[in-house]
Design a protein around this ligand. Structure first.
Ligand SMILES: Cc1cc2nc3c(=O)[nH]c(=O)nc-3n(C[C@H](O)[C@H](O)[C@H](O)COP(=O)(O)OP(=O)(O)OC[C@H]3O[C@@H](n4cnc5c(N)ncnc54)[C@H](O)[C@@H]3O)c2cc1C
Length: 377
């Protein structure tokens, strides 16, 4: 049996980045993925994701975001293909809403370049937008698009080039600690051993760590791409990525790229949670109606024929923050999951954090808000 330094379970957004970061440090790495690499069953498909620095969720994410930006540039250069497109980012809503207050707090604490505009000013500068005059909007110029599916291909390709072994279509059925140190992993194809185990299995984390099944809860999402009536207003050069807090919740939009349509989604869509394999992958007319509501009100020139609709999964923790920690009883096992609908932009830096934990144990960031101990109470 080949013995590895580290086995990574789940070669999706986080796992593929971890494989690259570990392999480039000379680690013997095995990456195991139950579906294809990339696939359209987990949380990272749908071509693109938003990256934004004016982070309304918490200013504590900003140091990681700055490192994430550097690593997206580094990965793009190493792969020879852009994995990020800078468009700038907008956060908009009522001036005292959670999103505006949070975005401004992150900008102010971390001295991020930004501008505050009124809804009318946004509409004048970006004629694809129709925000209420009373809205405020925070523009931050470093935000943009990450090509999420392509980035999985890039990270996996670069990991293999650096010596990693990666297997698609191989399901991890079980893992157990080995007396004296290390872990044994059983799949539908074989058994492997390693000094460390990284569990980056996204929405399926509860299958591999049952105690997390009530803490990291999968939720069905639907995103849509709609053909704009004025396509020139919705290119990456003309339309910054946009998060919008409304009475119905938080919508997000990305300019047309690789699919001939503006991409739109609503955080927590229809609030349908359950086991990952039990959530519906079908799209219903109600799903489209929810997404069109935002376009009709705030981006009517993008409210054209549907180009594509896709389901996807969030994995939510009770506080909406990530899990990046070792298991208390099995410190050789690192869990990196439950990115609560906002994790992809961090994939590169999370890969680096995981590689640090698996090799030196060094923490280059304060990871306390991602620890498992916070759920003890
Ligand atoms: C609709 C939608 C929009 C989003 N928008 C954004 C955004 O704009 N910006 C942002 O930053 N984030 C966004 N997110 C969140 C982000 O996409 C996720 O946080 C991120 O993709 C999670 O990556 P992951 O590696 O944890 O999961 P995945 O990429 O799903 O990887 C997990 C992998 O593990 C594999 N696996 C599971 N179990 C096993 C097993 N037993 N054996 C082997 N393999 C296994 C799965 O097949 C899967 O490929 C969005 C998410 C969704 C669903």
């Amino acid at each position: 049996m080949t013995v590895f330094d580290t086995i990574v379970v789940g070669v999706g957004g986080m796992g593929s980045a971890a494989c690259w970061q570990l392999a480039r440090r000379g680690q013997r790495v095995l990456g195991l993925e139950r579906f294809d690499i990339p696939n359209a069953y987990g949380s990272s498909h749908g071509v693109t994701r938003i990256i934004r620095l004016a982070y309304f969720e918490s200013p504590n994410y900003v140091p990681l975001l700055k490192r994430a930006l550097t690593l997206w540039v580094e990965a793009s250069t190493a792969f020879g293909e852009p994995l990020m497109i800078t468009t700038g980012s907008f956060d908009s809503g009522h001036p005292d809403c959670i999103e505006i207050r949070g975005a401004l707090e992150s900008c102010q604490i971390h001295r991020l370049e930004h501008q505050v505009l009124t809804g009318s000013e946004v509409n004048r500068r970006y004629p694809g937008c129709l925000l209420p005059e009373s809205f405020a909007a925070v523009f931050q110029p470093d935000g943009g698009i990450i090509l999420s599916e392509r980035a999985i291909v890039a990270h996996a390709t670069m990991a293999i080039a650096a010596g990693a072994e990666i297997h698609g279509r191989e399901t991890v059925l079980d893992w157990s600690p080995i007396a004296g140190g290390g872990v044994r992993v059983t799949t539908n194809r074989g058994t492997y051993e390693a000094g460390r185990l990284v569990l980056s299995s996204g929405a399926w984390i509860g299958d591999l760590v049952p105690s997390l099944s009530t803490i990291a809860v999968p939720e069905r999402q639907v995103v849509g791409w709609f053909q704009p009536r004025n396509p020139e207003m919705f290119t990456p050069a003309a339309f910054p990525v946009h998060c919008l807090e409304t009475d119905e919740g938080f919508y997000y939009l990305l300019p047309a790229h690789r699919v001939p349509g503006v991409k739109v989604g609503l955080y927590h869509h229809r609030r349908e949670s359950g086991r990952a394999d039990a959530l519906s992958r079908e799209v219903a007319s109600e799903d489209e109606t929810i997404l069109r509501r935002c376009l009709a009100r705030h981006f009517p020139k993008a409210d054209g024929p549907v180009m594509a609709l896709r389901t996807c999964m969030f994995t939510n923790t009770p506080d909406g923050h990530f899990i990046i920690d070792t298991l208390p009883d099995t410190p050789e096992v690192i869990v990196v999951s439950a990115c609560s609908g906002h994790g992809y932009k961090f994939a590169g830096v999370v890969g680096e954090i995981v590689a640090d934990l698996a090799t030196t144990g060094h923490k280059r960031f304060d990871l306390s808000m991602f620890g498992l101990g916070r759920f003890d109470a």
